[in-house]
Design a protein around this ligand. Structure first.
Ligand code: NDP
Length: 237
């Protein structure tokens, strides 16, 4: 198991689901881990006391608060931007404000957080955004705006990989397919439909996403940059 002793790690959106699994993985690897949350105070506090990670309340939609939180962590070694929401439904009836909030959290926040982290980041740092296979493929109706946000992440990753490369900082996206979480429960009403697009028809475990994230963040990830690691059970195949 990759060891993260001495590494300063920040996970944005770490209280539940994939983000919590990522927090647990870096904490198990002895990293100095902090994570943000917005609504799930109880879950965040429990995760903090279980792992020793520091929980910080910061809404990713609040740009100035987000930038202040990232800056406040000093010289990071690893930034994982996981916080995300999914507004799925008929574009003709969606409230524009709900779509814009998703764009704030899924697109604007990753950009500003990544840039702010890079200001102080140690050489050979790692910036990893949790994107989605829906950045590559949107095989059902109702997902246009969500797919828009995850495709936007891809453009950002490509560009920032070039911007920060001189310091050995890598910028990547790990792209899950259907992963068991509150957002997409393996026994929820949407689950069977989601699995119908997969070659291997089971929901992915959040730990499987976390382990790959740790690989990209570790020493063997030094030459992986501007890249997309899709873990989707063949959803996009
Ligand atoms: P969950 O809804 O289960 O958890 C989302 C996490 O993000 C929570 O910890 C939540 O914290 C945090 N979060 C959400 N909004 C904000 C915000 N405004 N500010 C700070 N934190 C926030 O989602 P998943 O774990 O399933 O998803 C995590 C990421 O993976 C997302 O980016 C999602 O798009 C992506 N993804 C998920 C897939 C899936 O099938 N599950 C598939 C592909 C991609 P809190 O509750 O405290 O607000």
């Amino acid at each position: 198991m990759t060891d993260f002793s001495g590494k300063n790690v920040l996970v944005l959106g770490g209280s539940r689901g994939i983000g919590a699994a990522i927090v647990r993985r870096f904490a198990k690897g002895n990293g100095k881990v902090a994570f943000t949350y917005s609504g799930s105070k109880e879950a965040a506090e429990k995760l903090g006391s279980d792992t020793g990670a520091e929980a910080i309340r910061t809404d990713s939609a609040d740009r100035d608060a987000l930038i202040a939180t990232v800056a406040g962590r000093g010289a990071l070694d690893i930034l994982v931007i996981n916080a995300g929401i999914a507004a799925i439904g008929d574009p003709l009836t969606f409230e524009p404000d709900d779509i814009d909030r998703m764009i704030d959290i899924n697109v604007r926040a990753p950009y500003h957080a990544a840039v702010e982290a890079a200001r102080q980041m140690n050489d050979n740092g790692r910036i990893i955004v949790i994107g989605s296979v829906n950045g590559d493929r949107m095989p059902f109706a109702g997902g246009a705006a969500y797919a828009l946000t995850k495709s936007a992440v891809q453009g950002m990753v490509r560009g920032l990989a070039r911007d920060f490369a001189q310091r050995g900082i890598t910028v990547n996206s790990v792209q899950p397919g259907p992963t068991d979480s509150d957002m997409n429960p393996a026994d929820g009403p949407f689950a069977e439909f989601a699995r119908s697009f997969m070659a291997i028809k089971r929901h992915i475990h959040a730990d499987e996403i976390a382990e790959y994230t740790a690989f990209v963040a570790g020493p063997h990830g030094a030459m992986i940059t501007g890249a997309f690691q899709t873990i989707d059970g063949g959803f996009g195949a």
